[in-house]
Design a protein around this ligand. Sequence first.
Ligand code: HC0
Ligand code: SF4
Length: 581
Amino acid sequence: TVKLTIDNKQVEVPKGTTIYKAARKLGIDIPVLCYMELHDLGVENKPAGCRICVVEVEGRRNLAPSCATECAEGMVVKTHTTRVINARRTVMELILSDHPKDCLTCPKSGRCDLQDMAIKLGIREIPGQEYAEMSTYKKDFSPSIIRDVDKCIMCRRCETMCNEVQTVGALSAVNRGFMAVVAPAFEQDLEKSPCTYCGQCVAVCPTGALTEVDHTTKVIRAIADPTKTVLVQTAPAVRAALGEEFGMKPGTLVTGKMVAALRQIGFDYVFDTDFAADLTIMEEGTELLDRLTRFLNGDKNVKLPILTSCCPGWVNFFEHNFTDMLDVPSSAKSPQQMFGAIAKSYFAEKLGKKREELVVVSVMPCLAKKYECQRDEFKVDGNQDVDFSISTRELAHLIKEFNINFEELPDDDFDRPLGESTGAAVIFGATGGVIEAAVRTAYEVYTGKPLPKIDFTELRGMEGIRSATIDFNGLPINIGIAHGLGNARKLLEDVRSGKANYHAIEVMACPGGCIGGGGQPLHHGNSAIIKARMEAIYREDAGKPIRKSHENPYIVKLYEEFLGKPMSEKAHHLLHTHYFS
Ligand code: HC0
Ligand code: SF4
């Protein structure tokens, strides 16, 4: 260890610790723009590029970037001398001189790290601004994400997220000097790159350079249109994070308030993606058991392990990177898309309306869902099963725009039939939850016996790659779980090479699963926030009266009245899909 003094306080830290981290140990928060630590992932973004974090080290001529300078024995550090403050302001003025000043209309306004820093450092004018040249780039619109590179400050957090955590490699620094920018190869549009729309780059971008495509205006128009019946479905993870946008603690569950707010906004029916998650388990669970039985009967052509297919970032990733394995994932559509298909057939019939008269909106913790709902396979004669997908952040905007006092709302309940769900559906929102939900149903269907215990804690947690063997009455079922696309790549490569031996694998593109999605309140890679949301998800499950998908009475009714049985011809037509390279 080494001992040093920071702002007149003594601290002892392990050798190799940076000044920035040593200061944090003392409760001193040195301001940073580019630096980012992803606690549980062992990944740091440390380009020492922004120079906002400089400090004065006694005996050294130059100021030192605290994020990249290691502590030494006897060091004396000052974090807010006049020299340091002046240097920070100068750096900030330089950054702002090449940054658009359209804060009033910027989608990131109010939650922008750069704006916050300008306020914190008391920047009131930018000297020489009238002579400064601005670098300009064209805006890049994809179905999910907008890149407004004029606002890029070269912190390179997105690059770290995309390359190191997700191993997608869609973003890297190109050009030099004034024209340096983070972009896809050859400065192509995101849509032509291997981007999966996972949105993790958006989740860590400190400025308005990376934001979601906004669907709220379209939603407001649909609600105001008297010829349309507008249905909303809410994803499992939204209820565990929406409260944060209203100042509530991470991990606060706001299911009832969320339903009440959606009613006040004016949706005709407030339904739940969780209903469709239960439906997904019926289809995917049956497919798993079907493949297992064929395998046990000696069928050599059967594809195992089955891979979950409900995460659209993951689907995009395997369609791009594992083109030789496109028949391995489950053919079950995601809950978002199952919901849309059932809403515009079964429920439309119940209402006596044509599918074109219905508008289906989803609220998702995810940006890839915006892309997913536009895929051609999920349209009938050009009419999308899910018309618009808004993120948790966009829903928070809508609630504020509609003058709703969210904190004061009384709890309300979802409409029936497409609003009823079980605990198994809720846990879809956390890594490991989809496969736990599938096991709860597959076990009982396969063995014909009730589960001795409902909670499979061995499938839970934050470890990037996990595995467990579940005993199906004497038949051991090997389960694999990965979250974060870098982990998914590792696990899939082991499957491809025959090194790993699993019957079923769950993959979620975002660290933590959907609770850590790119459409959630910004988590900046902070794992404490993700863990609090995860606990909330399991709390909601534990409190549900029904906790197994096959016991959802409205799912039972849906099969009786409409679909027949899981994987029937009708179910196949409405609830299954295929993949492309
Ligand atoms: Fe998820 Fe989903 S669980 S992907 O993480 O499967 O986005 O929350 O809505 O569709 O249900 C996201 C979350 C969903 C879907 C569900 C699945
Ligand atoms: Fe990379 Fe995901 Fe961002 Fe696409 S959305 S650029 S895959 S981090």
